[in-house]
Design a protein around this ligand. Structure first.
Ligand SMILES: Cc1cc2nc3c(=O)[nH]c(=O)nc-3n(C[C@H](O)[C@H](O)[C@H](O)COP(=O)(O)O)c2cc1C
Length: 314
């Protein structure tokens, strides 16, 4: 019997639903569905301070205690792992899962398919996850990143409405519904069908190409442009808060400063910089920008197969 482990954490249930739909076509195989649970669950809806206070820990890839993983088997042939980015890094439960010795032993020598349930920025978190998989001696067989396909500024407003208000509904009745569309959540089963087909044909090496052919996965060039620059700045802020915010009062002060920085960076600086980029630089570098997008969508797989071609260096 071909044994598959499908494992993820989800705070609101969005990623649970995606993975549940994705594994449906695999029901003829033996799929163990396992949920990751932090020992101390996060508040939902979030309070502003609790939400932004997580940034340094996410970026510095700290771990949190998890409840024991309820793993029915000691070995699997394929591992499907879902995660969500938090502050351009894997969420704390996801980082903790990848650092869990029991889980690392399962990944050792096995193909892994990652499924991402993001707002729209997953490139940096996937770089970390590739490193985690490599450290556990696994191999990335495919990546299925799903996100909110509305405009970046609109989705930033709607996700904050969802996370801080607790309801996945239309902000003020006029904004679109936050998060990944119902259509994409329901449609995740297409990826399960593709995985099944590749397994049947023994062509897991072609999985990523086939996943992209489904035309559900999107990666706008504007998002690549923002994400490539933002993580560097997040790292600086994370180190400052970690180093200088040693007392609760000081930490609160620095986290607050980061919050204001983020609002200005997202809603004021990013639109201006993007306007310059798309009017002046993009027309001159259209081809290389498109190549880079393909690289992020596909190249990650090659990066693992040829270890000398390191993902971080591209
Ligand atoms: C603290 C926090 C930070 C987040 N940061 C990001 C991010 O950097 N990039 C992104 O695309 N989505 C981000 N999101 C959205 C999540 O990736 C995810 O889509 C959402 O929380 C729903 O996931 P769930 O299945 O765990 O409920 C963030 C969410 C939270 C709670």
């Amino acid at each position: 019997m071909f044994n598959i482990l499908a494992v993820n954490y989800s705070q609101t249930g969005q990623l649970d639903e995606i993975i549940d739909n994705l594994v449906q076509p695999l029901s003829d195989l033996c799929v163990d569905r396992v949920r990751v649970e932090p020992l101390f669950s996060y508040p939902f809806p979030w309070t502003g301070p609790a939400f932004f206070d997580l940034m340094p820990d996410c970026v510095l890839e700290h771990t949190i205690p998890l409840k024991p993983l309820q793993l029915p088997k000691k070995e699997y042939d394929l591992i499907i792992v879902g995660y969500q980015p938090w502050f351009l890094s894997p969420s704390l439960p996801a980082t903790s899962l990848f650092r869990n010795e029991e889980f690392k032993a399962l990944v050792n020598g096995k193909p892994v398919v990652t499924v991402i349930g993001a707002r729209n920025m997953w490139i940096n978190s996937q770089k970390s996850v590739i490193r985690f998989i490599e450290e556990a001696n696994g191999s990335l067989a495919g990546n299925i990143p799903l996100g909110d396909k509305t405009n970046n500024f609109v989705s930033a407003v709607t996700i904050l409405h969802w996370m801080l208000g607790g309801k996945k509904d239309k902000f003020l009745g006029i904004f679109p519904k936050p998060g990944i569309s119902d259509e994409d959540i329901q449609g995740a089963s297409i990826f399960g069908e593709i995985i099944l087909d590749c397994l049947r044909r023994n062509q897991l090496g072609e999985l990523q190409e086939r996943l992209l052919e489904a035309e559900t996965i999107e990666l706008p060039i504007s998002i690549i442009f923002i994400e490539e620059r933002a993580k560097m700045l997040f790292r600086v802020w994370a180190k400052i808060i970690d180093k200088r915010g040693r007392t609760p009062r000081k930490r609160k002060l620095y986290v607050n400063l980061f919050k204001y920085y983020l609002v200005v960076a997202l809603f004021v600086v990013a639109p201006i910089v993007l306007l310059f980029y798309f009017t002046i630089f993009y027309p001159l570098s259209r081809n290389s920008a498109k190549k880079k997008r393909q690289y992020y969508l596909k190249g990650i797989i090659k990066a693992h197969n040829a270890r000398s071609l390191h993902y971080e260096d591209r």
